[in-house]
Design a binder for this molecule. Structure first.
Ligand SMILES: *Cc1c(COP(=O)(O)O)cnc(C)c1O
Length: 366
Protein backbone atom coordinates (compact mmCIF):
# COMPACT_ATOMS: atom_id res chain seq x y z
CA UNK A 1 0.00 0.00 0.00
CA UNK A 2 1.46 3.40 -0.98
CA UNK A 3 1.77 5.93 1.83
CA UNK A 4 1.71 9.62 0.97
CA UNK A 5 3.34 12.28 3.11
CA UNK A 6 -0.10 13.47 4.19
CA UNK A 7 -3.77 12.60 3.92
CA UNK A 8 -6.53 15.13 4.57
CA UNK A 9 -8.77 14.78 7.62
CA UNK A 10 -12.44 14.70 6.55
CA UNK A 11 -15.77 14.28 8.32
CA UNK A 12 -18.17 11.50 7.30
CA UNK A 13 -19.84 12.26 3.98
CA UNK A 14 -23.25 12.36 5.69
CA UNK A 15 -22.07 14.86 8.27
CA UNK A 16 -20.85 17.26 5.60
CA UNK A 17 -24.07 16.83 3.57
CA UNK A 18 -26.13 17.72 6.62
CA UNK A 19 -23.97 20.78 7.20
CA UNK A 20 -24.43 22.16 3.68
CA UNK A 21 -28.11 21.14 3.22
CA UNK A 22 -29.49 24.53 4.28
CA UNK A 23 -27.41 26.27 1.61
CA UNK A 24 -29.82 24.77 -0.94
CA UNK A 25 -32.66 26.63 0.76
CA UNK A 26 -30.92 29.95 1.42
CA UNK A 27 -28.97 30.04 -1.87
CA UNK A 28 -26.38 32.11 0.04
CA UNK A 29 -23.09 30.52 -1.01
CA UNK A 30 -20.41 33.02 0.00
CA UNK A 31 -19.91 36.61 1.29
CA UNK A 32 -19.99 36.10 5.05
CA UNK A 33 -23.07 33.89 5.35
CA UNK A 34 -24.29 31.84 8.31
CA UNK A 35 -21.60 29.12 8.02
CA UNK A 36 -18.85 31.75 7.81
CA UNK A 37 -20.16 33.49 10.95
CA UNK A 38 -20.54 30.21 12.81
CA UNK A 39 -17.02 29.00 12.00
CA UNK A 40 -15.52 32.36 12.94
CA UNK A 41 -17.23 32.32 16.35
CA UNK A 42 -16.27 28.68 16.96
CA UNK A 43 -12.63 29.39 16.11
CA UNK A 44 -12.50 32.44 18.39
CA UNK A 45 -13.68 30.16 21.17
CA UNK A 46 -11.43 27.21 20.29
CA UNK A 47 -8.33 29.37 19.96
CA UNK A 48 -9.19 31.61 22.91
CA UNK A 49 -8.45 34.72 20.85
CA UNK A 50 -10.41 37.97 20.66
CA UNK A 51 -10.73 38.14 16.86
CA UNK A 52 -10.60 35.72 13.94
CA UNK A 53 -10.96 36.91 10.35
CA UNK A 54 -11.46 34.12 7.83
CA UNK A 55 -9.89 33.93 4.36
CA UNK A 56 -10.05 31.71 1.32
CA UNK A 57 -6.45 30.66 1.99
CA UNK A 58 -3.61 31.31 4.40
CA UNK A 59 -1.41 33.12 1.92
CA UNK A 60 -3.94 35.87 1.23
CA UNK A 61 -4.59 36.10 4.98
CA UNK A 62 -0.91 36.94 5.45
CA UNK A 63 -0.86 39.44 2.56
CA UNK A 64 -4.00 41.12 3.91
CA UNK A 65 -2.77 41.53 7.47
CA UNK A 66 0.57 42.89 6.25
CA UNK A 67 -1.33 45.38 4.06
CA UNK A 68 -3.49 46.38 7.02
CA UNK A 69 -0.37 47.48 8.92
CA UNK A 70 0.30 50.27 6.35
CA UNK A 71 4.09 49.87 6.33
CA UNK A 72 5.87 52.30 3.96
CA UNK A 73 6.94 50.58 0.70
CA UNK A 74 10.57 49.49 0.79
CA UNK A 75 10.54 48.88 4.54
CA UNK A 76 12.43 45.87 5.89
CA UNK A 77 10.86 42.83 7.49
CA UNK A 78 12.92 40.30 9.43
CA UNK A 79 11.87 36.73 8.63
CA UNK A 80 13.43 33.30 8.07
CA UNK A 81 14.12 31.45 4.80
CA UNK A 82 13.36 28.05 6.40
CA UNK A 83 9.69 28.16 5.48
CA UNK A 84 7.21 27.57 2.70
CA UNK A 85 7.43 29.96 -0.30
CA UNK A 86 4.30 31.76 0.88
CA UNK A 87 5.92 33.59 3.83
CA UNK A 88 8.62 35.33 1.80
CA UNK A 89 6.35 35.91 -1.21
CA UNK A 90 3.75 37.64 0.99
CA UNK A 91 6.41 40.10 2.22
CA UNK A 92 7.82 40.79 -1.24
CA UNK A 93 4.41 41.05 -2.92
CA UNK A 94 3.54 43.68 -0.30
CA UNK A 95 6.40 45.90 -1.52
CA UNK A 96 8.59 45.13 1.49
CA UNK A 97 12.13 43.75 1.69
CA UNK A 98 12.65 40.40 3.46
CA UNK A 99 15.75 40.37 5.66
CA UNK A 100 16.63 36.77 6.42
CA UNK A 101 17.46 35.75 9.97
CA UNK A 102 18.96 32.31 10.52
CA UNK A 103 17.13 29.62 12.52
CA UNK A 104 18.35 27.74 15.60
CA UNK A 105 19.33 24.07 15.32
CA UNK A 106 17.08 22.85 18.16
CA UNK A 107 13.52 23.61 17.01
CA UNK A 108 14.39 25.26 13.66
CA UNK A 109 12.53 28.50 14.46
CA UNK A 110 14.06 32.00 14.21
CA UNK A 111 17.34 32.31 16.15
CA UNK A 112 16.39 35.16 18.47
CA UNK A 113 20.05 35.90 19.29
CA UNK A 114 20.57 36.97 15.66
CA UNK A 115 17.57 39.30 15.27
CA UNK A 116 18.89 42.57 16.69
CA UNK A 117 21.97 42.66 14.45
CA UNK A 118 19.58 42.76 11.46
CA UNK A 119 17.51 45.72 12.66
CA UNK A 120 18.05 49.00 10.76
CA UNK A 121 16.14 52.29 10.68
CA UNK A 122 14.05 50.78 7.87
CA UNK A 123 12.91 47.73 9.87
CA UNK A 124 9.17 47.75 10.59
CA UNK A 125 8.25 44.18 11.50
CA UNK A 126 9.29 40.63 12.34
CA UNK A 127 7.54 37.74 10.58
CA UNK A 128 8.69 34.56 12.35
CA UNK A 129 7.40 31.08 11.50
CA UNK A 130 6.26 28.41 13.97
CA UNK A 131 7.81 25.72 11.75
CA UNK A 132 6.41 22.18 12.02
CA UNK A 133 4.21 23.48 14.85
CA UNK A 134 7.28 24.25 17.01
CA UNK A 135 6.60 27.55 18.74
CA UNK A 136 9.10 30.37 18.27
CA UNK A 137 10.62 31.95 21.36
CA UNK A 138 7.62 34.27 21.60
CA UNK A 139 8.78 35.97 24.82
CA UNK A 140 12.20 36.93 23.44
CA UNK A 141 10.65 38.11 20.17
CA UNK A 142 8.17 40.29 22.08
CA UNK A 143 10.98 41.89 24.12
CA UNK A 144 12.99 42.71 21.00
CA UNK A 145 9.95 44.01 19.10
CA UNK A 146 8.86 46.22 22.00
CA UNK A 147 12.38 47.59 22.46
CA UNK A 148 12.56 48.63 18.79
CA UNK A 149 8.91 49.50 18.13
CA UNK A 150 8.39 46.67 15.62
CA UNK A 151 5.20 44.78 14.75
CA UNK A 152 5.21 40.98 15.01
CA UNK A 153 3.13 38.91 12.61
CA UNK A 154 3.51 35.16 13.06
CA UNK A 155 3.23 32.67 10.23
CA UNK A 156 1.34 30.14 12.34
CA UNK A 157 0.28 28.01 9.35
CA UNK A 158 1.70 24.93 11.10
CA UNK A 159 0.58 25.78 14.62
CA UNK A 160 -3.20 25.39 14.74
CA UNK A 161 -4.09 23.78 18.06
CA UNK A 162 -0.66 24.36 19.63
CA UNK A 163 -0.72 25.93 23.10
CA UNK A 164 1.96 27.17 25.50
CA UNK A 165 0.99 27.08 29.18
CA UNK A 166 -2.60 26.84 27.94
CA UNK A 167 -2.35 29.94 25.69
CA UNK A 168 -2.92 29.18 22.01
CA UNK A 169 -0.51 30.09 19.21
CA UNK A 170 -3.22 32.50 18.03
CA UNK A 171 -2.48 34.88 20.89
CA UNK A 172 1.14 35.90 20.27
CA UNK A 173 2.40 38.99 18.44
CA UNK A 174 0.21 41.67 16.87
CA UNK A 175 -1.38 39.03 14.65
CA UNK A 176 -0.98 35.43 13.49
CA UNK A 177 -1.78 33.81 10.18
CA UNK A 178 -3.17 30.28 10.01
CA UNK A 179 -3.59 28.07 6.96
CA UNK A 180 -6.55 25.73 6.69
CA UNK A 181 -5.25 24.09 3.52
CA UNK A 182 -6.25 20.46 2.89
CA UNK A 183 -2.83 19.27 4.05
CA UNK A 184 -2.88 21.08 7.39
CA UNK A 185 -3.91 19.71 10.82
CA UNK A 186 -7.23 21.58 10.56
CA UNK A 187 -8.62 22.14 7.07
CA UNK A 188 -11.45 23.95 5.32
CA UNK A 189 -10.33 22.44 1.95
CA UNK A 190 -8.60 25.73 1.10
CA UNK A 191 -8.75 28.40 3.78
CA UNK A 192 -7.00 30.48 6.33
CA UNK A 193 -7.37 33.08 9.06
CA UNK A 194 -5.79 36.00 10.81
CA UNK A 195 -6.06 36.06 14.61
CA UNK A 196 -5.49 39.19 16.70
CA UNK A 197 -6.64 41.22 19.70
CA UNK A 198 -6.80 44.76 18.26
CA UNK A 199 -10.46 45.81 17.76
CA UNK A 200 -9.41 48.47 15.25
CA UNK A 201 -8.25 45.77 12.80
CA UNK A 202 -11.62 44.03 12.45
CA UNK A 203 -13.24 46.41 9.98
CA UNK A 204 -10.02 46.96 8.02
CA UNK A 205 -9.52 43.23 7.47
CA UNK A 206 -13.21 42.62 6.70
CA UNK A 207 -13.15 45.41 4.08
CA UNK A 208 -9.81 44.38 2.59
CA UNK A 209 -10.80 40.79 1.89
CA UNK A 210 -13.81 42.05 -0.07
CA UNK A 211 -12.14 44.31 -2.68
CA UNK A 212 -11.52 47.02 -0.08
CA UNK A 213 -15.20 47.96 -0.21
CA UNK A 214 -16.49 49.28 3.11
CA UNK A 215 -20.01 49.46 1.68
CA UNK A 216 -21.02 48.74 -1.93
CA UNK A 217 -20.51 52.47 -2.61
CA UNK A 218 -17.39 53.12 -0.54
CA UNK A 219 -14.05 51.86 -1.88
CA UNK A 220 -11.49 52.43 0.87
CA UNK A 221 -8.59 50.22 -0.31
CA UNK A 222 -7.31 48.93 -3.64
CA UNK A 223 -7.63 45.38 -2.35
CA UNK A 224 -8.53 42.03 -3.88
CA UNK A 225 -10.90 39.17 -3.12
CA UNK A 226 -9.95 36.75 -0.36
CA UNK A 227 -13.31 35.64 1.04
CA UNK A 228 -14.01 32.17 2.42
CA UNK A 229 -17.10 30.50 0.92
CA UNK A 230 -19.91 28.80 2.82
CA UNK A 231 -18.78 25.37 1.60
CA UNK A 232 -15.29 25.90 2.99
CA UNK A 233 -16.71 27.16 6.29
CA UNK A 234 -19.05 24.15 6.50
CA UNK A 235 -16.08 21.80 6.08
CA UNK A 236 -14.33 23.70 8.86
CA UNK A 237 -17.32 23.39 11.21
CA UNK A 238 -17.36 19.62 10.65
CA UNK A 239 -13.59 19.16 10.95
CA UNK A 240 -13.42 21.24 14.13
CA UNK A 241 -15.80 18.76 15.85
CA UNK A 242 -13.27 15.98 15.34
CA UNK A 243 -10.04 17.95 15.64
CA UNK A 244 -8.98 16.94 19.14
CA UNK A 245 -9.41 13.26 18.24
CA UNK A 246 -7.45 13.71 15.01
CA UNK A 247 -4.59 15.42 16.89
CA UNK A 248 -4.57 12.62 19.47
CA UNK A 249 -4.27 10.03 16.66
CA UNK A 250 -1.36 11.99 15.15
CA UNK A 251 0.22 11.97 18.60
CA UNK A 252 0.16 8.16 18.69
CA UNK A 253 2.01 7.98 15.36
CA UNK A 254 4.55 10.57 16.53
CA UNK A 255 5.15 8.69 19.79
CA UNK A 256 5.97 5.58 17.74
CA UNK A 257 8.31 7.51 15.43
CA UNK A 258 10.10 8.87 18.50
CA UNK A 259 10.35 5.42 20.06
CA UNK A 260 11.92 4.02 16.91
CA UNK A 261 14.17 6.89 15.80
CA UNK A 262 15.25 8.88 18.88
CA UNK A 263 18.79 8.15 19.99
CA UNK A 264 19.84 6.61 16.66
CA UNK A 265 23.32 7.84 15.72
CA UNK A 266 23.20 10.42 12.93
CA UNK A 267 19.45 11.01 13.25
CA UNK A 268 18.33 14.27 14.83
CA UNK A 269 14.75 14.72 16.08
CA UNK A 270 13.35 17.96 17.58
CA UNK A 271 12.96 17.58 21.34
CA UNK A 272 9.44 18.16 22.68
CA UNK A 273 9.12 21.82 23.71
CA UNK A 274 8.71 22.59 27.38
CA UNK A 275 5.24 23.87 28.47
CA UNK A 276 4.00 23.35 24.89
CA UNK A 277 1.13 21.08 23.84
CA UNK A 278 1.89 19.94 20.30
CA UNK A 279 -0.50 19.50 17.36
CA UNK A 280 1.82 16.87 15.83
CA UNK A 281 1.65 18.67 12.49
CA UNK A 282 4.86 17.27 10.98
CA UNK A 283 7.62 14.85 11.85
CA UNK A 284 10.89 16.31 10.59
CA UNK A 285 14.00 14.15 10.76
CA UNK A 286 17.51 15.49 10.13
CA UNK A 287 20.03 13.00 8.73
CA UNK A 288 23.44 14.32 9.75
CA UNK A 289 26.23 11.78 9.62
CA UNK A 290 23.79 8.87 9.30
CA UNK A 291 24.70 5.80 7.22
CA UNK A 292 22.37 7.11 4.50
CA UNK A 293 22.08 10.70 3.33
CA UNK A 294 18.70 12.47 3.39
CA UNK A 295 18.38 11.97 -0.37
CA UNK A 296 19.20 8.27 -0.05
CA UNK A 297 16.52 7.81 2.63
CA UNK A 298 14.05 9.68 0.42
CA UNK A 299 14.80 7.35 -2.51
CA UNK A 300 14.72 4.18 -0.38
CA UNK A 301 11.26 5.14 0.88
CA UNK A 302 10.07 6.08 -2.59
CA UNK A 303 11.15 2.68 -3.91
CA UNK A 304 8.61 1.22 -1.44
CA UNK A 305 5.86 3.66 -2.53
CA UNK A 306 6.29 5.80 0.58
CA UNK A 307 6.45 9.51 -0.13
CA UNK A 308 8.36 11.73 2.31
CA UNK A 309 9.02 15.40 1.61
CA UNK A 310 12.17 17.54 1.55
CA UNK A 311 10.40 20.24 3.48
CA UNK A 312 11.84 22.93 3.52
CA UNK A 313 14.26 22.74 0.66
CA UNK A 314 15.33 24.85 -1.06
CA UNK A 315 15.44 27.84 1.29
CA UNK A 316 13.40 30.79 0.04
CA UNK A 317 16.50 33.01 0.07
CA UNK A 318 17.94 30.82 -2.68
CA UNK A 319 14.86 30.98 -4.94
CA UNK A 320 15.48 31.96 -8.56
CA UNK A 321 12.98 34.84 -8.27
CA UNK A 322 15.04 36.43 -5.45
CA UNK A 323 18.38 36.23 -7.25
CA UNK A 324 18.63 40.02 -7.50
CA UNK A 325 17.45 40.67 -3.94
CA UNK A 326 20.44 42.11 -2.00
CA UNK A 327 19.48 40.11 1.11
CA UNK A 328 19.30 36.77 -0.78
CA UNK A 329 21.81 33.93 -0.50
CA UNK A 330 21.55 30.74 1.51
CA UNK A 331 25.16 31.19 2.71
CA UNK A 332 23.92 34.06 4.91
CA UNK A 333 21.80 31.60 6.91
CA UNK A 334 24.15 28.64 7.44
CA UNK A 335 22.05 26.75 10.00
CA UNK A 336 18.99 26.89 7.77
CA UNK A 337 21.11 25.82 4.80
CA UNK A 338 22.52 22.89 6.80
CA UNK A 339 18.97 21.79 7.70
CA UNK A 340 17.58 22.24 4.20
CA UNK A 341 20.20 19.82 2.88
CA UNK A 342 19.47 17.18 5.53
CA UNK A 343 15.83 17.36 6.62
CA UNK A 344 13.04 15.04 5.57
CA UNK A 345 9.46 15.20 6.85
CA UNK A 346 8.10 11.69 7.20
CA UNK A 347 4.49 10.72 6.41
CA UNK A 348 2.15 11.88 9.16
CA UNK A 349 -1.64 12.03 9.30
CA UNK A 350 -4.35 10.96 11.72
CA UNK A 351 -5.01 7.60 10.06
CA UNK A 352 -1.34 6.62 9.82
CA UNK A 353 -1.15 3.40 11.85
CA UNK A 354 1.61 2.28 14.19
CA UNK A 355 2.13 -0.55 11.68
CA UNK A 356 2.70 2.04 8.91
CA UNK A 357 5.18 3.90 11.13
CA UNK A 358 7.03 0.65 11.81
CA UNK A 359 7.22 -0.10 8.08
CA UNK A 360 8.65 3.36 7.42
CA UNK A 361 11.16 3.10 10.29
CA UNK A 362 12.23 -0.39 9.23
CA UNK A 363 13.19 0.98 5.80
CA UNK A 364 15.08 3.88 7.35
CA UNK A 365 16.91 1.76 9.92
CA UNK A 366 17.74 -1.38 7.93
C1 LIG B 1 0.59 26.19 4.06
C2 LIG B 1 1.50 27.31 4.41
C3 LIG B 1 1.24 28.64 4.01
C4 LIG B 1 0.20 29.03 3.01
O1 LIG B 1 -1.09 28.68 3.35
P1 LIG B 1 -2.17 28.39 2.20
O2 LIG B 1 -3.43 28.19 2.97
O3 LIG B 1 -1.75 27.16 1.46
O4 LIG B 1 -2.25 29.58 1.32
C5 LIG B 1 2.09 29.64 4.49
N1 LIG B 1 3.11 29.37 5.31
C6 LIG B 1 3.40 28.11 5.70
C7 LIG B 1 4.55 27.88 6.62
C8 LIG B 1 2.63 27.05 5.24
O5 LIG B 1 2.93 25.80 5.59
Amino acid sequence: MPINVTRSSMPDFEEYCNEIRELWDSRWLTNMGVKHKELQAKLEQYLGVRHVTLYTNGHLALENVIAAMNFPKGSEVITTPFTFASTTHAIVRSGLIPVFCDVNDVDYTMDVSKIEALITDKTVAIVPVHVYGNLCDVDAIKLIADRHGLKVIYDAAHAFGVTKNGVSAACFGNASMFSFHATKVFNTIEGGAVTYADDALVQVLDDRKNFGLHTPEEGLYAAGNAKMSEFQAAMGICNLRHLDGEIAKRGVAVARYRERLCGVDGIQICPEQRDVTSNYAYFPVVFDGYKYTRDEVFERLRAEDIIARKYFAPLTNSFECYRTLPTAGADKTPVAQHLAERVLTLPLFADLTVGDVDRICDIILI
